[in-house]
Design a protein around this ligand. Structure first.
Ligand code: MRU
Length: 338
């Protein structure tokens, strides 16, 4: 998708410098900065520290990082680098899917160039899947459902390109429609306010950021036609792990008869997890709740404490929405009416 009118991916291979290049998402929407590295450890840190985040982007970044690892340290690939990348984040299954893909490729004793090609093919396949699922999603949303609510960032920043939840919205806009998006700010890291609203703005799509607590109230007033979210892992029975707050949205959607869809590529499905109870939920640091950062008018980034000193926080990063609360799950293979 576009940044200041120029096409861009959340993460890509930079052929000239033979490095991985990613957008430093922690600086958005204040600064747009691309970072590149040839060191696999930098790439692992980028995932761990959420410079790159969102399930499909995490997977593609790990694939590129493992290609660099093969180039730099073939000997340590299986013993050090695969476990290193697998340990960067626990919930998004795309990470493990990407690690398995690169492991299978490495077992064939490829050249460094072949490993890079494999990572590139992995990222391209994710983008193609997003584009295909967006066509299905756009058809569903075109049936009078244009005031769309989304949670977190399941946009192109989270998914290499197009996005998962946003792909259908972008495709509707490209077809000349005028979708409108309610963007949940998504505490605590504010991926909705900081990333999704920025993306939509770059594409000229009308949106409003709202407090997470406003979502149910907008549904009660009949102002939400459909909800579309992404996923970090989908269990065999259709239960969906996604950003904390998604489960609460699903309860309100059910109460108010608002259709709720999950859009995710097949790399997000985990048939080894029979139900959502088997999905590991990442527990994150207190500071994400107790502190806040932003930019002042002088253009300086500031980090401040918002909770009383010494107060502890509870910070589960994801929750699980039972499939029964969903209208459907859309992947590149079509609509699964759960
Ligand atoms: O913690 P994050 O920012 O990596 O969480 C991201 C989400 O929960 C997204 O909604 C999810 O990955 C779907 S992405 C296309």
């Amino acid at each position: 998708m576009r940044v200041n009118g120029k096409s861009c991916r959340a993460v890509c291979w930079h052929g000239e410098s033979e490095s991985v290049e990613w957008i430093e998402q922690r600086l958005l929407p204040h600064q747009f900065k691309q970072v590149s590295s040839r060191k696999p450890e930098d790439v692992a840190i980028a995932i761990e520290s959420m410079q790159v985040r969102g399930a499909p982007s995490i997977g593609a970044t790990a694939a590129y990082g493992l290609a660099l690892a093969w180039q730099e340290d073939e000997q340590g690939f299986f013993t050090h680098w695969l476990p290193r990348f697998r340990a960067t984040r626990p919930t998004a299954i795309n990470l493990f899917h990407a690690c398995d893909t690169m492991q299978n490729c490495a077992e064939e004793s490829p050249t460094a160039a072949q490993m890079i090609e494999r990572a590139q093919a992995y990222a391209d396949a994710e983008v193609a899947a997003n584009q295909r699922m967006g066509q299905t999603m756009a058809d569903l949303l075109a049936v009078g459902e244009r005031r769309i609510l989304t949670h977190c960032n399941a946009g192109w920043l989270a998914a290499v390109d197009w996005g998962t939840a946003t792909s259908g919205i972008y495709q509707l806009a490209k077809a000349g429609e005028s979708p409108f998006v309610w963007v949940d700010e998504t505490r605590p890291r504010l991926q909705g306010a900081r990333l999704t609203a920025w993306e939509l703005n770059q594409e000229g799509i009308d949106c409003r950021i709202q407090a997470d607590g406003a979502a149910a109230w907008m549904m009660a007033q009949g102002k939400v036609d459909a909800i579309v979210v992404g996923a970090d892992r989908i269990a065999a029975n259709g239960d969906v792990a996604n950003k904390i707050g998604t489960y609460a949205l699903s309860l309100a959607a059910k109460e108010h008869g608002v259709p709720m869809y999950v859009a995710a590529p097949s790399s997000t499905f985990d048939t080894a997890c029979l139900t959502g109870k088997d999905i590991p939920i990442e527990q994150r640091d207190d500071d994400e709740i107790c502190r806040m950062d932003g930019m002042n008018e002088a253009g300086e980034l500031h980090d401040v404490r918002i909770a009383a000193a010494g107060v502890r926080a509870n910070n589960p990063a994801f929750d699980v929405t039972p499939s029964a609360n969903l209208t459907g799950i859309v992947s590149e293979n079509g609509l699964w009416s759960v």
